[in-house]
Design a protein around this ligand. Sequence first.
Ligand SMILES: O=C(O)[C@H]1O[C@H](OP(=O)(O)OP(=O)(O)OC[C@H]2O[C@@H](n3ccc(=O)[nH]c3=O)[C@H](O)[C@@H]2O)[C@H](O)[C@@H](O)[C@H]1O
Length: 437
Amino acid sequence: MSKQMSHLDNIPSTPGKFKMDKSPYIHNRLRWHSSLAKLTFWSFMFLGLILIFFFRSPSSNPLPQDPSRRSLRTYNWGGPAWEKRVRSSARIRSRNGISVLVTGAAGFVGTHVSAALKRRGDGVLGLDNFNDYYDPSLKRARQALLERSGVFIVEGDINDSALLRKLFEVVAFTHVMHLAAQAGVRYAMENPGSYVHSNIAGFVNLLEVCKSANPQPAIVWASSSSVYGLNTKVPFSERDRTDQPASLYAATKKAGEEIAHTYNHIYGLSLTGLRFFTVYGPWGRPDMAYFFFTRDILKGKSISIFEAANHGTVARDFTYIDDIVKGCLAALDTAEKSTGSGGKKKGPAQLRVFNLGNTSPVPVSDLVSILERLLKVNAKRNIMKLPRNGDVQFTHANISLAQRELGYKPSTDLQTGLKKFVRWYLSYYSGGKKAAG
Ligand SMILES: O=C(O)[C@H]1O[C@H](OP(=O)(O)OP(=O)(O)OC[C@H]2O[C@@H](n3ccc(=O)[nH]c3=O)[C@H](O)[C@@H]2O)[C@H](O)[C@@H](O)[C@H]1O
């Protein structure tokens, strides 16, 4: 040890100043003491700086940035007043009505579906964790909208088994409309954990509680067009292969479909997966292209429009929210009862998957042209190669199965749907509200 010390000590700090002392041992000891004092001083300074940084850092906020950590937030639920609100919101107010737990109720599709169910007299209880994947104030505004129509949204996470069990204790839900998920194709590369947390762990947790509920509810849930991945056969049919996902988001939705199969097979849960195709409309998601293109065109910022190799067109089967809502309600109305009870299967149960698309793909550049006309502003177009981050070149739904079984018949073209979106956007973000992001 001392050998090593003197060796380190003898290395000159400044070249040319090296001089051997007559008493190297004493000299080295003095230098060692002063180094130790310096080291202690700087260590304290460093520690102090770390502490200051830690306490001032935004990551010590109660709402951290990482969604998987965000969902570890504790929520306040329970108590007689809370139970009363839950019961009242879930109370059926029409003959033959159903009582539905809607997860992700403050989300885009969740808000529209909850409002539609409530309008026709069904009992609706919302559940949402209000995470900040995108502007939470938009979720709060949707919550306020639902509140006015008598829908209560419980604040909590689908990973919280105690909360879910409590909800089923208070209300014997006939159906669950499961729309809570980590959405977005490209964000999966930034935060893969949040997809596993919500789309896989959260879904399994929900199914675990549903399988043990008595009676078991029938479950309709959001899968995605992205499960078709690299499939090139068009239009995409439910019979086509879905084993080549192009993003982790798609892989977690595909996993969800397999998990649904398992719970149907073992526990007799009635399960219907809906493969949504790029849903858009008023109260939409700010992370989606039509939404942030609108914001950026209005701000005069350039937008990136993706194109495939050799100037290939990138297109989406954009589907208007009202059509999707009709598909969701039809799926709930045609869902058969689950067959199990007390966690045991009593007989075979219904297992379905449907495409809910518009069956009329539109190139992204045409979407931009429509927005330009509606906004009366020319977009600053920046044509870019389709990045390799999960995007696929095109989507196109074959909807004949949904047509046959659900009476699903989309009726809104992109021009009409975007007109409604733009009208909402302009009114929502006027009056002091700022565009998200
Ligand atoms: O159907 C689904 O299951 C998914 O639909 C949606 O995914 P996508 O179809 O990828 O929608 P979205 O991001 O709006 O991009 C639209 C188009 O704009 C192109 N695009 C995108 C961004 C950009 O900067 N430039 C661009 O050209 C882009 O290449 C694409 O062609 C949902 O977000 C997703 O959660 C999931 O529900």
